[in-house]
Design a protein around this ligand. Structure first.
Ligand code: SAM
Length: 207
């Protein structure tokens, strides 16, 4: 019996547990394989995470999501696909990035369709802040990449401004292939509604 598989199923529980929440996670203990380490921040219903893990079996993927119902949904999906290179964490994104990911451990982040908080008075809730970019830069290996996508133009402009002002990143002229394996669940929704999708990739600059 565990957090994600409370019924009489023999499902694997992909959520990591039993680590110290006050220290960086010893990631090598939770993945059976070595290989590039990619983190999906706000994995939602997990279609993109699962598709990326299937497309890149030599990579390790880590899905971070705060909603338990969504973590459960992803867990069911990963079981159906019998994936072995993914783990999950039910946690808050900034805390995970700042405190739980070891320094220079990540090859890349996906930050895909983060909540846009469109009202001006809610903009303070947006994830893309200088402090968050500092945390991502610290967790990335040199040359590591962040994929960002949004359907929300004001958030795109807000995020772009903060990223281009941050000395730790440079905007890549082309989107690297990892991003192109699948559409995310929210991307499908917005595309069906005819909304434009804005996507960028930023690379951690050399020190
Ligand atoms: C708009 S959805 C996008 C999900 C997915 N990336 C996609 O494109 O389909 C944003 C997701 O991020 C999660 N989320 C938002 N803020 C978060 C935070 N601070 N910590 C953890 N998860 C968060 C939400 O619960 C939601 O599942």
């Amino acid at each position: 019996m565990n957090l994600l598989t409370t019924h009489a199923r023999n499902d694997t529980d992909y959520a990591i547990a039993g680590f110290d929440w006050m220290a960086p996670i010893p990631i090598d203990e939770f993945w059976e394989q070595k290989g590039p380490f990619w983190v999906d921040l706000g994995a939602g219903k997990g279609s993109f995470l699962a598709a990326a893990a299937e497309a890149f079996p030599e990579y390790r993927f880590f899905g971070v999501e705060r909603q338990l119902s969504r973590i459960r949904k992803i867990n069911r999906k990963l079981n159906r696909m019998s994936l072995t290179n993914v783990r999950l964490l039910r946690a808050e994104i900034y805390y995970t990035t700042r405190y739980l990911l070891p320094p220079e451990s990540c090859d890349g982040f996906f930050l895909l369709f983060p909540d846009p908080w469109p009202k001006a008075r809610h903009a303070k809730n947006r994830l893309v802040t200088p402090e968050f970019l500092d945390a991502m830069a610290a967790a990335l290996k040199p040359g590591g990449v962040v994929h960002f996508a949004t359907d929300n133009e004001p958030y795109m402009e807000w995020a772009m401004e903060r990223w281009t002002q941050h000395s730790g990143f440079r905007l890549l002229p082309e989107i690297p292939g990892e991003m192109l394996v699948a559409q995310t669940d929210f991307e499908l929704l917005w595309t069906e509604q005819g909304l434009d999708i804005h996507r960028f990739a930023f690379q951690k600059s050399a020190p």
